[in-house]
Design a protein around this ligand. Structure first.
Ligand code: ADP
Ligand code: MG
Length: 593
């Protein structure tokens, strides 16, 4: 194998497509402490990728070294590998890019009187020339894979490659809000950030203004770990995981078990098959993370993965619960009129404002009002009472306030009064939530109380369901169900969880096997929660079921005791809130516009 071929193979690990070139060049600029990074591309990066930065530059006598394989200025000893604070450390990127393109490196350090330039073509390194240049570094890569036609064929359509570059730059911009980024193609800028530290503005470039406004802020710090970023509220989801971004120590990590931690945090709050949007930035002490496990540095390994996992899960969960509001009924939904009271000039529903407000109140600490005002001014939102629903007091965040029962209507909803108006509670959804949390709490303590049935119930199932159930029998035991086969496709229920003792055993059993086939090999604890959710749904009081006043009161106080009282385990709301403010407006007592 010629050295040339060997180096092209090595390059393949780092340089897969135009976006990977952009990534390496960006990371070098950031490592050099750049405050401004400009990226120019042509033909979606195939014919040209040029990055210019105002970082520390490369001394003229080190230029040739910089393009050699395994030459890095960032590691001195093997020990350094265990506390890497820079994005690069392998010394492979420039060598790799230079071997599969025509690359020109122009750089000047602050103390050098002039700049220097070096050209590398298909791995052949030229001579260093003196040249006038501003402080910083410009790397110009032309004709990617011109000498490796086989690789050229694997490039996707321009649109796809361009989108990958765009996505990359936007995410780095979000991770480094104090650096100004600019991306241009053919003279037009497709992305430009201010570098003023305002992440929410960059978020808008990533998701659009509307979505960006709704995103909730995550902030948690513990034991040397720090989590910041944004996650979507439970009402904002996607059908895939593509909008989940993790940065670990300033590095975009595309494949991390931490996304499971994120999903677990949303557990039972999202409908099945829906995924949140998230841009999460995790900081871990460098010695607790190994970044040298993947050639393109796209994976990392933690010294203590469980600790990091649960830290992320808790941090995200806290943010979700803090900002999961009771849906406020907008008049147009309730009375079918849209002209009663425009919510905002841009028509976004008022809960969004409430979320943002709640977030601003908390992140501003001791009630610094400027952030709130800034947000109102920016969104054109008049300063009005509807921005401050009573249930956004930090003490009651995630919970429901104490409610006074008024009664039941339509044998379906409970009506209650809270500190700020009227609450309508869906009895079925609420009961589902109550049963689910009780069952899961018992399950976590490994003791689901079970009660034997006086007369065991015999349930006949379809053969396919019977097969499924047979596989799950030992597992059901954990859940307090004692079920035994009874003939070929029938079962005998001998004991049920005490929680469900008044329910129909046959209904419970059917709920246990329902939709089993649909499960896409979930984690064990996901299966458990799913089964629990299904059983609770089946056994919860139904709409149309008349409840005694005692039952109503018990349901209400059980709901108040829930950790996530505002949604059922499948993510639907359990309650609707009509605030005093809304009632006053509707009755024309206040602020009629
Ligand atoms: P690594 O980043 O792993 O060190 P690279 O091949 O990406 O390896 O870069 C090689 C070296 O070139 C770096 O260690 C750094 O010293 C220098 N270098 C590359 N790009 C820049 C830049 N934009 N500004 C300053 N120095 C740079
Ligand atoms: Mg590098």
């Amino acid at each position: 194998m010629s050295p040339e071929v060997a180096s092209q193979i090595a390059a393949g690990e780092v340089v897969e497509r135009p976006a990977s070139v952009v990534k390496e060049l960006l990371e070098n600029a950031l490592d050099a402490g750049a405050k401004t990074v400009t990226v120019e591309i042509a033909a979606a990066g195939r014919t040209l990728i040029r990055t210019a930065d105002d970082g520390a530059g490369i001394p003229a006598d080190e230029l040739a070294l910089a393009v050699e394989r395994h030459a890095t200025s960032k590691l001195v000893s093997a020990d350094d590998l265990f506390k890497i604070a820079t994005l690069g450390f392998r010394g492979e990127a420039l060598a790799s890019i230079g071997s599969v393109s025509r690359m020109t490196l122009t750089s000047r350090t602050p103390d050098a009187p002039a700049g220097a330039r070096l050209r590398v073509e298909g791995g052949t390194i030229g001579k260093v020339e003196k040249i006038g240049a501003p402080v910083g570094t410009v790397v110009s890569m032309e004709d990617l894979f011109y000498n490796v036609p086989a690789r050229l064929k694997f490039l996707k359509q321009d649109m796809t490659e361009r989108r990958a570059i765009d996505a990359l730059l936007t995410r780095y911009a979000l991770a480094y809000p104090h650096v100004r980024f600019k991306l241009t193609e053919g003279g037009t800028a497709s992305l430009q950030t201010a570098g003023d530290g305002d992440r929410r503005a960059i978020l808008a470039a990533l998701y659009g203004v509307d979505v960006a406004r709704q995103m909730l802020e995550v902030l948690s710090e513990e034991d040397g770990l720090k989590l910041t970023g944004f996650i979507s509220p439970v009402a904002l989801t996607r059908s895939n995981r593509k909008e989940i971004t993790f940065f670990i120590n300033g590095r975009w990590v595309q494949d991390t078990p931490l996304s499971a931690a994120l999903l677990q945090a949303y557990h039972t709050l999202l409908m099945v098959g829906r995924y949140p949007l998230a841009a999460i930035f995790l900081e871990v002490p460098p010695e607790e993370v190994d970044v040298n496990v993947h050639p393109a540095k796209a994976e990392v390994r933690f010294r203590n993965p469980d600790k990091v996992f649960s830290f992320v899960q808790r941090g995200v969960r806290r943010a979700i619960l803090a900002f999961t509001p009771v849906p406020q009924v907008a008049p147009q939904n309730l009375w079918g009129r849209s002209d009663v009271r425009p919510q905002t000039t841009d028509g976004r529903p008022q809960v969004d404002a409430a979320w943002i407000l709640a977030h601003d109140e908390r992140s501003a600490g001791s009630g610094q009002p400027s952030a709130v005002n800034g947000m109102e001014a920016e969104s054109g939102q008049p300063s009005s009472a509807n921005l401050q629903p009573a249930n956004f007091q930090p003490e009651t965040i995630g919970q429901v306030p104490l409610l006074r029962l008024i009664g039941q209507i339509g044998a379906t909803y409970l009506v209650a009064e809270g500190p700020d108006g009227l609450y309508l509670i869906d009895q079925h959804a609420a009961h589902e939530r109550v049963l689910f949390e009780k069952l899961m709490a018992q399950h976590e303590q490994k003791k689901i109380p079970s009660q034997a049935l006086l007369t065991p119930a015999v349930v006949e199932l379809q053969p396919a369901s019977a097969r499924l159930l047979n596989e799950q029998l030992p597992f059901l035991e954990h859940f307090g169900f004692h079920v035994e086969p009874f003939g070929s496709s029938a079962f005998q229920v001998r004991a049920m969880p005490s929680l469900f003792v008044n329910s129909d055993p046959a209904a419970a059993l059917r709920a246990l096997v329902e939709d089993f086939e649909e499960d896409e090999t979930p984690l064990q604890n996901e299966i458990e929660a799913k089964i629990a959710g299904r059983v609770c749904k089946r056994l919860a009081v139904k709409a149309g079921q008349v409840l005694s006043p005692e039952e109503q009161r018990a349901l209400l106080s059980d709901l108040e005791a829930c950790a996530s009282p505002r949604t059922c385990p499948h993510g639907r709301p359990t309650m609707i809130h009509l605030s005093v403010d809304l009632l006053e407006r509707q009755f024309g007592r206040k602020g009629a516009k």
